[in-house]
Write a protein that binds this ligand. Sequence first.
Ligand code: ATP
Ligand code: MG
Length: 250
Amino acid sequence: MRFGGLVAVNNVGFSLAKGAVLSVIGPNGAGKSTLFNVITGVYKPTAGTVTFAGAEITGKPAYDVVERGIARTFQSSRLFGDLSVLDNVIIGMHTRTRTGVLDALFRPAASKREMAACVAKAEALLKAGSGDLYDQRYRPAGALAQADRRRLEIARALASEPKLLLLDEPSVGMDETETDALVADIRRLRVENPELAVILIEHDMRVVEAFPDNVMCIDYGSKIAEGSFATVRSDPRVQEAYLGKAAADA
Ligand SMILES: Nc1ncnc2c1ncn2[C@@H]1O[C@H](COP(=O)(O)OP(=O)(O)OP(=O)(O)O)[C@@H](O)[C@H]1O
Ligand SMILES: [Mg+2]
C-alpha cells in the first residue's frame, strides 16, 4: 500500500487459519493499522491481494467485507457518541438483519419481531464481556469511560457475527486489571466460537504474551519477524526496531 512516495505496507504476506490468533506488533507508524485498512477495504492496495474464505476481496467496499464475515474495531473510537450503548451494538447488526424501510412500513409485525430479537442479542453481547456495559446500556456511548468504550467497540464488531475479528490496539487506555479482563474476554470468545479467527494489533506485551503462538512484527511497512512470541521478542531486528540500534547492541 503506497501513499504517494511512502510505502506504508510492503509485501506483508500472511495467512491465518480458522480459529487462529495473529498478534501484529511494531513501532508507531509501522503500517499496522494500514494493514487493517487494506484488509477491510478502506484502502484498495496499490498491489497485492486480500483473500478471505476462498474469495478475493481486494478493495471491496466495507459493507461487503462485513457481510462476508470480517469485523473490526478502530484505533480511535468510531462509536456514535450520542446514541445509547445498546443502539451502538444494534447498528453493528445491520448486515445480518432483513428488515428494510419497506418491511418496516408494510410488515410491521415482522419488523417488530426482528427488532426484539436484535435487542435481546445486543443485550446478551453486553452482558457477556467484562465491565458493566449491560447496566449502562441506555447511557450515551460518549459518556462511557475509556475502557468501556473499547469494550463496546468489540461488542459492536461481534454483533455482525464475524468469522474474522480485527482488533486495533484494544487495550489502549486500559489499566492492568482491565487489560487482563480484555485478555479473558478474547479467550472466552475463542472458546465459545472455536472457528473465530482474530488479528490483534497490540503495543501492550501483556496482551501479546497471552496469545503467543503467532506473532508478526512490522517495521517501516515490512515484516521483520514472525513466529512465536518468544522467537519474535528475542529477534535482534525486533529489539532494534523498538529500542533503537544502540540499545540492541548493548
Ligand atoms: N491515508 C494515508 N495517507 C498518507 N499516509 C498514510 C495514510 N494512512 C497511513 N499513512 C502513513 O502510513 C504509515 C503507517 O501508518 P499506520 O497508521 O498504519 O501505522 P501504525 O503501525 O498503525 O502506527 P501506530 O502504532 O502509531 O498506530 C505512517 O507513516 C502513516 O503516516
Ligand atoms: Mg495504528
